[in-house]
Write a protein that binds this ligand. Structure first.
Ligand code: PMV
Length: 360
């Protein structure tokens, strides 16, 4: 199913006059990073992610059918119970992009109420979890209009729609591991949507992700600007080839339960993402001194204890610490005694690998 026309409804649907639905979706953390895109979130390389569990957005949508079809869908958005007009441009862009695949939205007025389980200004991107909840709610409306669509197709389309809002949102629909982007090593993979990957050894399904909030501020570089920096980047083609090769290696590591191989590859991948930003024009230094301190301490700890504490990074200063549940007692002590001090206001978030969307 690698043709986006597949997602355009082709049959006459039911008339649904009003509908309300509520969904909760987690954030995700990429192990093989997506950095660089072609038009509308078509990735330049495939990515692999852990779906998270605790960092979630919960959104309810109320659809009210109106008599006259509109060119633009009328929206109102509330965040934590208060009007949030500042979210409207992003959601409007998303709705405009998905209208060819969800033309029935033109018949509705939509009221959106959303909350995050993590602070809005924690430096943790909420666009992946937020877009996944919007896509899920819209697909729930679609289910009322076209009840005959197969469940498997509905999940794919949900990820497909979420991707049009924010690329990495394609990976927040399912869990515990998701592949997004076409790769010959995974015959069912697609550039258009994420697919759940179940072949990882069980130990990886127990992984914790403790997020050290080194900087709780807004992102220094938006992901749109960041992805665009890969156009004309002197290392772009090598980077895309590198990510493709590492994707294949990571799947083998995950299947074999090779936790040492996991640490080596995942850390190298995080630093490669930052290397792209350090060498783009203009360049960005997104790591802070405390990010580097944490990285050094994690490496030292792994060497002296033989435990499998591993770091990864997003496009920012915060550090995600990954480790298996059976090592969590010791690692959590180390985090509290030696790493927490590097966090802004001592703040961190305890998360773990999860399963994706939930209807509330
Ligand atoms: O989904 P976007 O456009 O916010 O891009 C996400 C990019 C990274 O978080 C840096 C990497 C990734 O694969 O999630």
């Amino acid at each position: 199913m690698n043709d986006k026309a597949h997602f355009i409804p082709k049959i006459e649907g039911n008339v649904v006059s009003s509908f309300q639905t509520k969904w909760s979706a987690p954030s995700n953390i990429a192990l093989i990073k997506y950095w660089g895109k072609k038009e509308l979130q078509i990735p330049c390389n495939p990515s692999v992610s852990f779906t998270l569990d605790q960092c979630r957005t919960t959104t309810s949508l109320r659809f009210q059918r109106i008599m006259d079809k509109q060119d633009h869908v009328s929206l109102s958005i509330r965040y934590e119970g208060n009007p949030a007009p500042y979210f409207e441009p992003k959601v409007k862009t998303f709705i405009d992009r998905i209208l060819p695949y969800a033309p029935y939205l033109r018949d509705y007025k939509i009221q959106i109420d959303t909350v995050n389980s993590f602070p809005h200004s924690s430096g943790i991107a909420s666009s992946a979890s937020a877009m996944a909840t919007l896509a899920a709610a819209i697909m729930d409306l679609e289910k009322q209009i076209y009840p005959s669509l197969a469940a498997e197709d509905r999940i794919k389309k949900c990820s497909f729609l979420a991707r049009l809002g924010s690329g990495s949102a394609a990976r927040s629909v399912e869990g515990p591991l998701v592949l997004w982007g076409k790769h010959t090593a995974s015959p069912n993979s697609s550039d258009l949507y994420g697919v759940r990957w179940t072949k990882a050894a069980d130990v990886f399904k127990t992984y914790r992700d403790t997020i050290l909030l080194v900087d709780k501020g807004q992102k220094e570089v938006s992901s749109t600007v960041g992805h665009n920096l890969m156009h004309n980047h002197p290392f772009a083609e090598n980077r895309f080839a590198q990510a493709k090769a590492r994707y294949r290696d990571l799947l083998t590591i995950l299947e074999m339960g090779d936790m040492d191989g996991f640490s080596d590859l995942v850390e190298l991948e995080a630093l490669s993402l930052h290397a792209m930003m350090l060498t783009s024009s203009p360049y960005y230094i997104l790591m802070h001194p405390n990010t580097i301190q944490i990285i050094q301490e994690v490496r030292r700890y792994r060497k002296t204890t033989g435990l499998h504490l591993t770091f990864t990074l997003d496009a920012g200063a915060n550090v995600h610490l990954l480790y298996p549940a059976h090592e969590a007692e010791k690692v959590d002590q180390f985090i509290a005694s030696d790493l927490r001090k590097y966090c802004q206001d001592n703040e961190l978030i305890y998360d773990r690998v999860g399963t994706g969307l939930k209807k509330v």
